[in-house]
Design a protein around this ligand. Sequence first.
Ligand code: F6R
Length: 585
Amino acid sequence: MCGIVGYIGENVEKILLEGLSILEYRGYDSAGIAVLRNGKIELNKRVGKVEVLKQSVKDKKKFGIGIAHTRWATHGKVCIENAHPQFSRGGDIAIVHNGIIENYDILKANLIKDGVRFSGDTDSEVIAKLFEDKLNLKSLKVVLQKLEGSYALVLLSKYQNKLYFAKNKSPLYVAVENGRAMVASDPSCFVNFSKKYFDISDGEYGFIDKNSINVYNKGIKVEKTSKSINFKFSSQKMDGYSHYMIKEIYQCKDALNNIIQNYNLKNIQSILEHIKNCNINRIYIIGCGTAYHAGLIGKNYLKNQTNFEVNCELASEFIYQNNLIDDKSLCIFISQSGETADTISALKYCQKHNSITLSITNVEYSTLAKQSRFVLPIFAEQERAVASTKAYFAQVLVLYILSKVLAKKEYITTLKKFQKDLSFNSDDIIIKLSKIISLKDQLFFIGRGIDYITCQEGALKLKEVSYINCQAMPSGELKHGTLALIDNKSLVITIITDKKLLKKSINNACEIKSRGGKLILFTCFKISLDFKNVFDYIVKIKPTLDEFMCLQSIIPLQKLAYFTALQKGNNPDMPRNLAKSVTVE
Ligand code: F6R
């Protein structure tokens, strides 16, 4: 993962640090900056978030050339030695790297044999140490030929007013305008700087100076065409909220409004029409984490609406199993970022099998979007909190629309009905519950049918921001093993939104009650007096159409995760060990 940025121009420190703040979603274990001025490379590295680095850097407001990095540790612990930039053997070249060098151990062993000394234990330092102190296109190409794995690299030499770069499998973009140039992991870094950018492709390398971009592939110059920056970034302002996570939960409403508006437009309807007209025999939905959970709901929709065989798979497992895929298989990739390495690998696998590829993503310029035959945007606007909330909500809505389209049915009327019913629950009961939950080490979530999927997503959300061990189970499975864990200290959240499953679900709750466990119920139903005492707390969810109860019920669970993180003193926007964009397999 990691975010990298390079800049040539005035105010170099300020611009690089702003770039790092934008890229911090890619990791926040440590951060560093190196600036070339008066023939010297000034280095500053800090363990911790970009803010820690910011406090220690003085903006010299002068022209300079620099590179910067925010790290998510893959190889090597979080410490100053492993933070970037890393330096070449003689210290004349500084580099920042995003990706993983798979053959770094062999390369490192050979370098050590040659007497090269290392100060840390990252794969990135190996790239740096492969350079003696000459940086030019030839030496860069020689080093690149030795690397196996993924990389986006930016390199700074003590002796040149240029920044070199290279890319393979990790994203990299460049912009050059009015005597300033920038290279970064994400074009969102360019918004206040340029209206256009260049997209660097795998295998390309080159350099930028303050006026030009020079790109090569296998020694041959490549002519690049610029792209316009016409995507919308949501405001970095908190708008009165304390964290992005809670702001984004409330933005589920905007996502719904945007989807209703945009999925009524001709351009999107024409994409849907093209998908509908494909010759499809089976469907695969593929994603990771929360996106996978959205896929599970999508599988339900598609199974209810169509007669296709529908499979939902974890991207990280998918390519290692035997899948029945051919040119009639519709393979749907769900990804907020569009940069998740496992999902991209699954896409490549499906392309090899000539399947029809469709990405459902929030980032129009992402690798997944660029490489898929069809793209359906989710219109959730940029999501900043690491824990996905509004993107999940929007992914589910787009899958709902897709299921209706494939069933040749209309979808706007039901969405408009949901628009009226969408409710955010009062914070009072959720805060009260978050206080109780924050004292626990473990928690169970149980539900049946679609509620079980909501349980999985609710448990993931809660565990990632509260660090409490949360386990989601189908209610009926409890007595096949897990019930052994239930005693009078256990706390179980149960979700019941499906009338057909009400009785059976209450029976399962009774099994927990009889063993002393405490129960929190989230439901849209009135619970009869006979059963009221089974539950210690009841959170009422406002009813809506059955197909949207999964979205109506995820909102209080997202809020529960948020408030529990606050109770535990955690930063819900940046949970430990995680990053927003998972660009390594
Ligand atoms: C959890 C979460 C992750 C992501 C997963 C896939 O809150 O956000 O589980 O859903 O890493 O990311 P994308 O959707 O960017 O492919």
